[in-house]
Design a protein around this ligand. Structure first.
Ligand SMILES: Cc1cc2nc3c(=O)[nH]c(=O)nc-3n(C[C@H](O)[C@H](O)[C@H](O)COP(=O)(O)OP(=O)(O)OC[C@H]3O[C@@H](n4cnc5c(N)ncnc54)[C@H](O)[C@@H]3O)c2cc1C
Length: 383
């Protein structure tokens, strides 16, 4: 499967895999159970550029191509789903918009901090009444007053919020804009700003080491200079950010599915029924074939979307396709993995139980699959 990857990408995969095998996989069950990331491991990530995958080197990043970035997230998630999601959100949702639209001052101020491995950053789009429909639903406002923006409102499900030194926040800056899509902007809010509160992590089914929290903005005053990019371009910036983020989520799915397949192969080579190994029953082999084929399809769609991004070509449709196919593959593979483990698969003793819970998020976050189908269909019909 490596024929399209270059030597550097293959070496990078080997290095990240080695790191993840030592620093993440042995602790993945504990991360889930204690509901806390292993920060010692995250602190070691900058050596491999994992906390600044596509951040320029001058700010402490690795300045990698998008295929390598996808490979990194795949390998991290193969070892630990919680860490995969947290690192994907940090890179794709927080570092990316600053690299893309930040002023030199904003880059200088925030990127060296974000790449240290001591913190993970956040992007706050979702609100209690706005997820898929951000244009119609966002109620958080930012109003100009002198040299400041005054922000009021609330967000929810914001990944990495407990340690994020800054949260890039989608706000309505011009409720009367002629086009509703021009009424939103992105503003950087630093965590110690008075009036800004991070609520307790929302208890959840999977990726439990990664924390997602509600946020409250109560007359939060930030300098006008904290606007990220142009006023009124927030929706456009968000959609572009999510296009890249979906490649990251697809990569996480591939890693999770790969881990489920590998755990299953180990199990079915040992477990015996009706006088032979599970792996020797043809009906079991058919399941294995379907699992492997779906992972491979998902992997290459993901790399292809990443490759298009690196070519500077439009990849909105392909990123949406990769995320749908990969999240449906991880659902299928994790389901079959538990099935093939029988009762043991349902116990917390085997990793497939955790992987099943971790991957369940992936068809919802960063654009629910139903919304992505609308994105794809629009482009297919217009072609
Ligand atoms: C663990 C986790 C981490 C998250 N991290 C972040 C984060 O860091 N930052 C952030 O901003 N958000 C985050 N989110 C929020 C996530 O992006 C939203 O949950 C997601 O966008 C869906 O929005 P919603 O939950 O409001 O669902 P809704 O928009 O209410 O949709 C509910 C269901 O209806 C479907 N639906 C909606 N409209 C249509 C339609 N027109 N046609 C067909 N079906 C439709 C949706 O596909 C979905 O299945 C996170 C969520 C979770 C669970």
């Amino acid at each position: 499967m490596d024929f399209a990857l270059n030597e550097e990408q293959r070496m990078y995969r080997a290095a990240v895999r080695d790191f993840a095998e030592k620093e993440l996989r042995p602790y993945a069950a504990e991360v889930d159970e204690k509901q806390e990331l292993r920060w010692e491991a995250i602190a070691r990530m900058p050596v491999l550029g994992l906390t600044g995958l596509q951040v320029p080197e001058e700010y402490g990043g690795a300045d990698l191509d998008s295929v390598s970035a996808a490979i990194a997230l795949e390998e991290i998630s193969r070892a630990c789903g919680s860490t995969g999601l947290a690192v994907a959100a940090h890179n794709g949702l927080c570092c990316f918009p600053i690299v893309k639209w930040g002023t030199p001052e904003q880059k200088e101020k925030y990127l060296p901090l974000l790449t240290t491995g001591k913190v993970l950053g956040s992007l706050a789009l979702t609100e209690p009444d706005a997820g898929s429909d951000l244009v119609g639903g966002v109620r958080t406002t930012a109003v100009r007053e002198g040299n400041s923006w005054i922000i009021n409102g609330g967000k929810t499900w914001i990944t990495n919020a407990p340690t994020a030194p800054l949260v890039i926040t989608l706000v309505r800056t011009d409720p009367r804009a002629e086009k509703p899509s021009h009424s939103l902007s992105l503003i950087i809010v630093e965590r110690d700003t008075p009036g800004f509160t991070v609520g307790p992590p929302i208890p959840k089914l999977g990726v439990r080491g990664s924390h997602s929290c509600p946020l409250t903005f109560d007359n939060v005053r930030v300098p006008l200079d904290n606007l990220l990019g142009e006023e009124g371009r927030g929706l456009h910036q968000t959609l572009q950010t999510l296009d890249g983020g979906r490649i990251g989520i697809a990569a996480c799915c591939v890693g999770l599915a790969q881990a489920a397949l590998e755990a299953t192969l180990t199990y079915i080579r040992e477990r015996r029924t009706f006088g032979k190994r599970l792996a020797d029953h043809q009906a079991v082999q058919f399941k294995v074939a379907d699992m492997a084929a779906r992972i491979e399809a998902a992997r290459w769609l993901t790399y292809h979307a990443a490759w298009l991004k690196d070519q500077g070509r439009n990849f909105t449709k392909e990123a949406a396709m990769a995320k749908i196919v990969a999240s449906e593959a991880s659902e299928f593979v994790a389901y079959q993995a538990i099935q093939l483990h029988g009762g043991y698969g349902y116990s917390t003793e085997f990793p497939v139980e955790r992987i099943y819970r971790d991957q369940r998020l992936m068809s919802i976050g960063e654009g629910a699959n139903e919304i992505l189908r609308l994105v794809i269909a629009r482009r297919v019909l217009e072609a």
